[in-house]
Design a protein around this ligand. Structure first.
Ligand SMILES: Cc1cc2nc3c(=O)[nH]c(=O)nc-3n(C[C@H](O)[C@H](O)[C@H](O)COP(=O)(O)O)c2cc1C
Ligand SMILES: [Fe+2]
Ligand SMILES: [Fe+2]
Length: 407
């Protein structure tokens, strides 16, 4: 069990590491775990707790709070976001904070009532961006940042120490190392920033709300907030890396397309995979980089992460029960759900008797708004001429996408 950690002069981390959940939100695999960060802010007169944890971690969370202060002294519980990973411990934790006022947006209050049926609560409902709470020498300001990544979300800013508590914004999928949370104390901080766990979290949880990420980033600037410390609700707290991490999230939200084409293949016996080599050649001839996704084996986090900054996609699959191969159906619909459809796309496929799956795939792609450029389908194994066709199609797709986006 990790100990509470001091983050800044008045901020303590009283969160937990989760090593047991296999799929975050029931969807995203987290082989390296995840942390749920909760922070105590200690002013000379009052104490606030920012966000909580899931009910499963109630005891550890409470134990950490008790190592810093007596929880009955907490006067404010600030709820930046209502998702249960940060709130399901709240109904129980409230009983040890008799004088607490809950600070949250109107939309968060509605969800709090719906989730936990807590009616008798003292609240401070935050509207606009000017609500502040003075803890005695430490002032918290609340900023409306909706859809990060639910409608009720807000951010909290500790004025004197220039700390932004951004909740899920800039979170990542990896447990915190023993005894450290601040970037300057984490040895392999580069791994946290560039090893895929930051982008993976963005891809899985935030990719639909890219516009709202940009709006929030612009708002922080417009309000003139200096962000010396970035304290999200998952993963490290960033000091010397705060700007870098916020810039990365901004760039993924635009997105800044690169000369990359994703070749996404679902296959049962490898017939469809026979096309891949030629497709990769076609992409390379157009001057692009080919990234191969195995839609049967790769995780949804990886799928989204790879697709975000690619302006084009080439999708392969067999016909399955006269229809789409299920992993491909899942993948394409996931891209639709996350609004990652602004891409040129081509398809390839194989079948044994009547085919038909590829036509259904093309219909789906067109319905979702992808820019469909062509397909190649064969009965059985592809012949040399089929492979040549696939290569030419891949080259055309890559060239069209790169030209359109001036890459
Ligand atoms: C469970 C199952 C269902 C299939 N359904 C169809 C079908 O409806 N129509 C068809 O023409 N081929 C069908 N096939 C044959 C495959 O589409 C064909 O063998 C294909 O080339 C397999 O490619 P793969 O090795 O890349 O998975 C089916 C195969 C399996 C195993
Ligand atoms: Fe969340
Ligand atoms: Fe979260």
């Amino acid at each position: 069990m990790t100990k509470p950690l001091r983050v800044t002069q008045s901020v303590y981390w009283v969160g937990v590491n989760d090593f047991s959940t296999k799929l975050f939100e029931g969807l995203w695999d987290i082989p390296e775990g995840v942390s749920y960060n909760s922070y105590l802010i200690i002013g000379s007169e009052k104490i606030a707790l920012i966000d909580s944890v899931g009910e499963k971690f109630l005891e550890e969370h409470l134990n950490k709070i008790e190592q810093v202060i007596n929880p009955s002294r907490i006067e404010y519980l600030i709820i930046n976001h209502m998702e249960p990973d940060h709130t399901s411990a709240i109904p129980k934790i409230l009983s040890v904070m008799p004088k607490v006022k809950v600070v949250l947006t109107p939309a968060a209050f509605q969800i709090l009532k719906a989730f936990y049926h807590i009616e008798t609560l003292e609240t401070i409902i935050v509207k606009g961006d000017d609500t502040v709470i003075d803890l005695g020498g430490k002032t918290l300001r609340f900023i409306q940042t909706p859809f990060l990544h639910w409608p009720e979300t807000m951010s909290t800013y500790l004025i004197e120490e220039e700390v932004l508590f951004s909740c899920d914004l800039c979170g990542s999928f990896k447990h915190l190392p023993e005894g450290a949370i601040v970037d300057t104390n984490i040895e392999n901080i580069e791994q946290y920033i560039y090893g895929g766990v930051l982008k993976g979290y963005f891809a899985g949880v935030f990719s639909k709300y890219r516009d709202h990420v940009l709006k929030a980033m612009e708002k922080f600037k417009a309000l003139g907030l200096k962000i010396k410390v970035l304290a999200p609700s998952h993963g490290p707290v960033y000091t010397i890396h705060a700007k870098e991490v916020m810039d990365l999230w901004t760039s993924w939200s635009k997105p800044d397309y690169t000369k990359k084409v994703v070749v996404a293949v679902g296959s049962m016996y490898g017939f469809t995979f026979k096309f891949v080599e030629s497709i990769v050649k076609g992409i390379k001839e157009a001057g692009g980089e080919a990234v191969i996704l195995n839609l049967v084996e790769d995780s949804p986090v990886k799928m989204l992460e790879m697709v975000i900054d690619a302006p084009a996609l080439i999708i392969g699959m067999p016909t399955y029960e006269y229809d789409l191969f299920p992993p491909v159906n899942y993948f394409v619909n996931l891209l639709g759900l996350k609004k990652l459809t602004d891409k040129f796309v081509g398809v390839f496929g194989t079948f044994a008797w009547a085919g038909g799956g590829l036509k259904r795939l093309i219909d789906l792609l067109n319905t979702l708004g992808f820019k469909y450029l062509g397909g190649v389908e064969v009965k059985g194994s592809p012949l040399l001429e089929d492979l040549e066709k696939a290569k030419a199609l891949a080259k055309l797709i890559a060239e069209t996408a790169f030209k359109e986006h001036k890459l």
